[in-house]
Design a protein around this ligand. Structure first.
Ligand SMILES: Nc1ncnc2c1ncn2[C@@H]1O[C@H](COP(=O)(O)OP(=O)(O)O)[C@@H](O)[C@H]1O
Ligand SMILES: [Mg+2]
Length: 378
């Protein structure tokens, strides 16, 4: 197909989140507005997911000392990312020369912003993606944020601020991926972004265990809904007394901190439904408590996104805790597909980097206002 002009402002955003469920990639036309052109999701192969999960549990600094296993996983992940991007472009009817740049987050393996030598390690090599797609690729978003004095996460608040803030409504955007992150967009107040704690990670691990690996998540929250929440009241309260939940934002969390095998005891006589119900309640309560502690307004629009917004039981549990004038929606109400907020973010960040615009992530990461991401030419 004949290439059209670069001025079309087509950008691709791609990533695999902490759930490691899929590699998502979307094309957007970004001007002052952002418009979805097309999107694709490539389910993460189970064997690769297992390797990534294993690597993410490593106690070694894989950023400084990459192992052979890491390099192999990186190659495999990069190959799939390139394949996904090529498929996406084909599906959209565009050609690669139409795309100005790709913003590729990759897959986080380790995130250690507070160690002696802070780092954030993602796989999915941006230089190889650039070479193999023929499209300039921006990567290393978190690492550049760390180099600029930040904690490397969360990065989405800058995007939320640009496209989802509204002068007339107090809003919070809650992205429920593996971990849950909140962006508070209050009228006349500085934006604030942080991780409240678990998103789908406790639920996913539990479903995987109880289904012997057959299912990887609680589809629409059906299993959780069948359980009795009160049976594990004590465990829920104990869990929520963890130090992280009482720490003040900004703060960022990681799925490594939520390990099914450390909390589940085979001695407990409990059905899978009751257990998953309890994990869903921990998730809902930690999100709500964190919001309540940091948001002292009467009226609030709560907009959910990420895979957790499809868990109807989780949505119900959150809803049941809300004061009367706190209303729950998904970002669909604001015109952004809840499953695509993150790919939009990295497409937009790519555009900002290409155009040498600095990003303000001070209140969510503490970083200097700075260029975020590194450019890899094709
Ligand atoms: N229909 C659904 N019902 C319940 N949960 C869902 C559904 N679809 C996706 N999810 C949950 O969302 C997760 C993926 O969400 P996602 O936003 O992609 O997270 P991440 O950014 O961490 O990859 C899945 O692991 C699963 O737990
Ligand atoms: Mg995902």
């Amino acid at each position: 197909m004949q290439s059209t002009s670069k001025k079309n402002n087509y950008f691709i955003g791609t990533l695999s989140g902490t759930s490691m469920d899929a590699i998502d990639a979307s094309i957007y036309k970004i001007t002052n507005k952002i418009k979805l052109v097309d999107s694709i999701s490539f389910k993460m192969p189970e064997d690769l997911k297992a390797k990534l999960f294993y690597l993410s549990k490593s106690k070694k600094n894989l950023f400084q000392n990459p192992t052979k296993a890491l390099k192999q996983a990186d190659d495999e992940f990069t190959r799939i990312t390139v394949k996904t991007i090529k498929r996406l472009i084909k599906k959209s009817g565009l050609c690669s020369s139409d795309i100005t740049a790709i913003g590729s987050h990759g897959q986080t393996i380790q995130h250690s912003p507070f160690s002696k030598k802070p780092y954030s390690l993602q796989i999915g090599s941006p230089d190889l993606i650039a070479i193999q797609t023929g499209i300039t690729t921006i990567g290393n978003f978190r690492q550049t944020n760390i180099i600029n004095g930040g904690s490397g996460a969360p990065l989405t608040p800058a995007f939320h601020q640009k496209f989802l803030r509204n002068k007339k409504e107090n809003r919070v955007i809650i992205n429920i991926g593996g971990i849950s992150n909140l962006t508070l967009l209050l009228k006349n107040q500085k934006i604030m972004g942080w991780d409240s704690g678990p998103g789908n990670c406790l639920i996913d691990q539990s479903v995987k265990f109880f289904s012997n690996g057959e299912n990887s998540f609680d589809k629409n929250g059906r299993w959780g809904k069948k359980g009795d929440l009160k049976k594990l009241d004590k465990l829920i309260n104990e869990f929520l007394s963890r130090e992280y939940f009482h720490r003040k934002p900004p703060k960022s969390d990681s799925t490594e901190n939520y390990n099914f095998s450390e909390i589940y005891s085979r001695e407990i006589q409990i059905s899978k439904f009751d257990w998953i119900s309890a994990m869903t309640e921990i998730t809902a309560k930690s999100i709500f408590n964190s919001l309540k502690e940091n948001c002292n307004v009467k009226e609030l629009g709560i907009y959910l996104c990420g895979g957790g917004s499809k868990n109807l039981f989780l949505m119900d549990l959150i809803k049941s805790k809300l004061p009367k004038k706190w209303k729950l929606y998904t970002t669909k109400t604001l015109g952004i597909d809840p499953m695509l907020v993150e790919t939009s973010t990295f497409a937009w960040l790519a555009k900002q980097r290409i155009e040498s615009r600095k990003i303000n992530l001070r209140s969510s990461t503490n970083a200097e206002i700075s260029l975020t991401g590194e450019i890899f030419k094709s």
